[in-house]
Design a protein around this ligand. Structure first.
Ligand SMILES: C[S@@+](CC[C@H](N)C(=O)[O-])C[C@H]1O[C@@H](n2cnc3c(N)ncnc32)[C@H](O)[C@@H]1O
Length: 272
């Protein structure tokens, strides 16, 4: 028996789960396309609270649980709008597409580090679709002494970054996101801002605390449903420290364990 409903009618989509899923996907894709056009036309207006652009982009991207929240995207856009030099993002996704578009409009170089080819592939398709230019480095995570982290192509990258957006690698990585500072500290210019996502997690707060003393940097806790930590690199960070070799400071496992295991009480206040 053929269905009694004309194809495409609401009754058809409700009766057939496959059709409902397809219709949902098509609608999300339409909303994503429309929201992306609005974002590119005017990022600042698009991220204002009350605008439907970010929620539509998040729905359309469809990686819930991993994708950034609108508050994170808003803070990131505001920082890229003010960045006075190159930007690097650790971990990729919707944020890369949006922040990269803003950087491109401002003539600011944007780099992104990714360790999973499938995520890189998804991102590259969207970057091409919207004509956004981002330097995406896709390489497996590398083992350093005491931690794993990205393997950035330092010889191809700008000498200095003014903003780091840190939403990767995933928390199960040995050392989590710690590797940023030992691997890239010489590329962080004085005054460089580091935005670290997932500050509700104790490990992220420990990492930020460690970076604070190693760089050194000031730190501020940005509250929200998913808080961020915003660090600002102090000028003395450019001073050489013992153990630096080709931009990579080898930290003994024991030292790292000691520091990462240290109490970070007092960090959860508005600033330290
Ligand atoms: C938290 S995600 C970054 C999300 C990104 N900021 C966004 O706005 O979409 C960090 C890393 O997790 C990995 N990842 C993203 N989605 C994933 C998924 N659904 N399952 C497993 N790994 C994922 C990717 O390697 C990504 O670089």
């Amino acid at each position: 028996m053929f269905p009694m409903y004309p194809p495409g009618s609401i009754a058809t989509t409700v009766r057939f789960p496959q059709a409902r899923k397809w219709a949902r996907r098509a609608f999300d894709a339409f909303k994503f396309e429309r929201a992306m056009r609005r974002f590119i036309a005017d990022p600042q207006t698009a991220v204002r609270s009350g605008s439907s652009v970010l929620p539509d982009l998040i729905d359309g991207w469809g990686n819930s649980g991993w994708s950034a929240l609108d508050e994170y995207l808003r803070v990131g856009v505001e920082h890229v709008l003010q960045a006075d030099g190159a930007v690097v993002e650790c971990g990729t996704g919707l944020s890369t597409l949006l922040f990269g578009a803003v950087a491109q409009q401002r003539g600011v170089e944007y780099w992104a580090l990714e360790h999973l080819p499938e995520w890189s592939e998804k991102l590259s398709q969207q970057l091409a679709r919207y004509g956004v230019s981002v330097q995406v480095s896709t390489r497996p995570l590398r083992s350093y002494v005491g931690f794993d982290w990205y393997d950035p192509p330092l010889h191809e990258m700008p000498p200095q970054f003014s903003l780091v957006i840190c939403d990767g690698p995933p928390s199960r990585t040995v050392g989590g996101r710690y590797g940023l500072v030992p691997v890239m500290r010489r590329r962080l210019k004085p005054g460089c801002i580091i935005l670290l996502d997932d500050a509700e997690r104790e490990h992220e707060r420990e990492v930020a605390h460690l970076w604070q003393s190693e760089l050194p940097a000031t730190a501020e806790y940005l509250d929200g449903s998913k808080p961020l930590i915003r660090l600002k690199v102090q000028p003395s960070a450019l001073k050489e420290r013992t153990g630096l070799s080709h931009g990579i400071r080898t930290t003994s496992q024991e030292t790292r364990r000691t520091v990462l295991g240290a109490s970070v009480e007092g960090f959860a206040s508005s600033s330290t």
